[in-house]
Design a binder for this molecule. Sequence first.
Ligand code: 13P
Length: 342
Amino acid sequence: MNLDELNKIALGMVTPGKGILAADESSGTIKKRFDSIGVESTEDTRRDYREMLFRTETAMREHISGVILFDETIRQNAKDGTPLVKLIQDAGAIPGIKVDMGAKPLAGAPGETVTEGLDGLRERLAEYHALGARFAKWRAVIDIDGAEIPSGYCIAANAHALARYAALCQEANIVPIVEPEVLMDGDHDIDRCYDVTEFTLKSLFDELYAQDVALEGTILKPNMVIAGKKCPVQASVGEVAEKTVKCFRAAVPAALPGIVFLSGGQSDQEATAHLNAMNAEYKDQMPWALSFSYGRALQAAPLKAWGGKAENIPAAQGAFAHRARMNGLAQLGEWSDGLEAA
Ligand code: 13P
């Protein structure tokens, strides 16, 4: 492990004004996204769609620091034969790779999951490094359902697996993104999300310490502290920003270079407004950079504009460039509502 190199990569992932494009949808998830626009999901259509994003010059050069890829994509070439990884590197962004094998039912804990994918991971990481990946992602899923879910057992099992993954990444000189996602699907209020997120993060950092993971070469990808989608009382942008920053200040060590949020089902503009509020109001209280690693909140608009048709590529690239710019401004705390129409 070369910690200086890992730290440099991690800092590059949270370059001011930039964030990460999560384009690592598994085959099942990208099929769902394509179904929503009536496009068949084939190796070629997936390639065409992602090539279109990676060739969006202004977005990639100015607002995207790194791209998370799926196993298929890191091996794919653009239509003209250029490796997709090279398109990303040529735009000055860092290629990354999703390495987990998904959330599977957790034995003895009905309704909860543990993320799998540790078997053979050392060998896969070596191959991904040779293919150009300099960071990786592992997503653990923590559901909230009543008073019993999540169980301490589910959080402990997922934190342990995240730390084992992170240690293997650092051994391979790959920066681990550790993603313990507390879902926003339920009817819980924002304070329940706060408690579960705080407990999850503290458990995770305990495990990272126990397994000797260097925080200087690690990036955290969390949910924001937010009310469940079905909760009748939705928190304001100001409350989400305040509670999220408070929770992270209590649970996330200062040695970590950066935190990059998932969007998790927030609307495009909510995801931008929340990030902006945190950076605009609390920057001087935060020891880490706060940025984005959005999937849906960056891709929903270009996906819809594209619709699988070549003639729509300029409009789709325009939509992607717009969302990338809005989130880049939010990273600086310089976004405002009025810029959405501009
Ligand atoms: P969303 O921003 O759509 O939640 O996706 C981010 C991600 O990579 C989840 O693992």
